[in-house]
Design a protein. Structure first.
Length: 402
C-alpha cells in the first residue's frame, strides 16, 4: 500500500473517530437551553451523556466480533446509518427521557467507527508504527473537540439546541459516504470465526488473559475517565459556577482540547527517544500531579476559573501521550482477533467514562468538587496500574508471538 493510500485511510479513520467527540461535545453548550426547553434540571440532562457512554461501552462488545467475522466495512456502514437516524430522533425529542434513550441509540450506531478504526490500523500498519498512527489520528480527530463546542454554542444561540443534532446527522451522512466509496476493506470476512456466544465469550476471555492488554487497556481507560468527568461537569462548573458565557465556554473547552492534541503530536517526537512504555509512565505521573493540584486548589478555593483551566490543560496534555501509547501496547499482541481486542479496550474506556459521568451527575452539589474529585481519582488508579504491573506486562509483550 502506497504512502498516499495510507494517508487517505488515516484521514477517513480520523473522520470516523471524530464522530464521537462531535456527538459528545457539540451539545454541551446547549445544556442550559435543553434544561429550560424540556422543563428539567441539568443533572437529568447530564444523564444523556451517561447513556451515551453506556451505549458506546456495550455497543463495542457487539461490533468487535462482527468486524472480525464480516470484515470491517459492512458493520461500519450499518452503524453509521443508525447514527444518522438517531441524530434526527434527538432533534425531535419531546422530553429528557426521550433524549436520554435516543442518545443511547446514537452511541450504539457511532461506536462502530471506534471499533473498526482501531482494527483497520492494526490491519494496515506494522506494530512499531501503531503509536505514531494513533497520534496522527488524534491530530485529525482532535480538531473536533475544538470546533464542536464552539459550533454548538453558535448554533444554540442562533438556531436552538435541536439544530445541533440536525447538523450532527449531516456530518454522520458525510462520513457514511466517505466510508462507502473511499475506504478500502482492510480485512475481508472470516467464515472460520464463530458468532456463537460461547465462542465469542471465549475469544474475549483469551484477550483478557494477556497481561499487556489488561494493564495498558485499564490504565488508558482510567486515565481517560478523567476526561469524561471533565466533559460531564464542565458545563456547570464553568458556565454556572465561574460565570462563563456559552461562547466563552466553547472557546475554553476548545483550548483544553488543543492541549490533548498537542500532547499527542509531541508524543511523536518523544517516541524517537523513549519507548511507549516509558512515555506512558512519565505522562501518567504528570497527569497525577495535575489532577491532585486541581482537586486541592478547588477544595481550598485558592484557584479559580483560570487556574482550573490551566491544570486541566496539563491533565489533557498528558492524556495525549498516554492514550496512543497505552492503546498501541494493548493491541500489539493481537492480529487475527484485533476487532475483539479493540472492542474490549474501547468498551473498557467507555465503561469507565460512564462511571465517571454518573458519579459527577450523582454527586452534583453546586460546586466543582464532584468533577475534580473524579478526575483526581481516575489518574491515581491509572498511575497505580502502571507502577504496579508494568514489568510483568512488558515481559509478556516482549514474548508475544505477534
Amino acid at each position: 500500500m502506497s504512502k498516499k493510500q495510507q494517508n487517505q485511510i488515516i484521514l477517513i479513520l480520523g473522520a470516523l473517530a471524530a464522530l464521537g467527540p462531535f456527538a459528545i461535545d457539540m451539545y454541551l453548550p446547549g445544556f442550559p437551553a435543553i434544561t429550560k426547553d424540556l422543563n428539567t434540571d441539568i443533572s437529568h440532562v447530564a444523564l444523556s451523556l451517561t447513556s451515551y457512554f453506556i451505549g458506546i461501552s456495550v455497543g463495542q462488545l457487539i461490533y468487535g466480533p462482527l468486524v472480525d467475522r464480516f470484515g470491517r466495512k459492512k458493520p461500519l456502514i450499518i452503524g453509521l446509518i443508525i447514527f444518522v437516524t438517531a441524530s434526527i430522533g434527538c432533534a425531535m425529542a419531546p422530553t429528557v427521557e426521550w433524549l436520554i434513550g435516543l442518545r443511547l441509540l446514537l452511541a450504539l450506531g457511532g461506536c462502530a467507527g471506534m471499533v473498526a478504526s482501531r482494527a483497520v490500523v492494526r490491519d494496515v500498519f506494522p506494530v512499531s508504527e501503531i503509536p505514531r498512527v494513533f497520534s496522527m489520528l488524534m491530530l485529525v480527530m482532535g480538531v473536533a473537540p475544538i470546533i464542536a463546542p464552539t459550533l454548538g454554542g453558535f448554533v444554540t444561540a442562533n438556531l436552538g439546541w435541536r439544530y445541533i443534532f440536525i447538523l450532527l446527522s449531516g456530518i454522520g451522512l458525510a462520513v457514511l459516504l466517505l466510508v462507502s466509496f473511499r475506504l478500502p476493506e482492510s480485512r475481508g470476512a472470516d467464515k472460520t470465526l464463530s458468532l456463537k456466544p460461547k465462542r465469542v465469550i471465549g475469544d474475549f476471555i483469551s484477550v483478557l488473559k494477556n497481561p499487556a492488554f489488561l494493564t495498558y487497556a485499564l490504565a488508558a481507560s482510567t486515565a481517560q475517565a478523567g476526561l469524561f468527568a471533565y466533559i460531564t461537569g464542565s458545563p456547570f462548573v464553568f458556565m454556572e459556577k465561574f460565570g462563563l458565557s456559552e461562547t466563552h465556554y466553547g472557546w475554553a473547552f476548545g483550548l483544553n482540547a488543543f492541549g490533548f492534541i498537542a500532547g499527542s503530536q509531541v508524543n511523536n517526537l518523544a517516541m524517537k527517544r523513549r519507548t511507549s512504555a516509558q512515555i506512558t509512565l512519565r505522562a501518567g505521573i504528570v497527569q497525577f500531579v495535575a489532577g491532585v493540584l486541581l482537586l486541592t486548589g478547588n477544595y481550598f478555593g485558592f484557584i479559580g476559573a483560570t487556574g482550573s483551566l490551566m491544570l486541566i490543560f496539563c491533565y489533557l496534555f498528558s492524556l495525549g501521550f498516554i492514550s496512543p501509547n497505552a492503546s498501541a501496547l494493548a493491541l500489539a499482541p493481537f492480529a487475527r482477533n484485533a476487532g475483539s481486542a479493540s472492542a474490549l479496550m474501547g468498551s473498557a474506556q467507555m465503561a469507565m467514562g460512564a462511571v465517571a459521568s454518573a458519579l459527577v451527575s450523582t454527586f452534583h452539589n453546586g460546586t466543582s468538587l464532584p468533577m475534580t474529585s473524579v478526575m483526581a481519582s481516575a489518574t491515581v488508579v491509572s498511575l497505580t496500574l502502571l507502577l504496579g504491573f508494568r514489568k510483568y506486562s512488558n515481559r509478556a509483550l516482549a514474548t508475544s508471538p505477534a
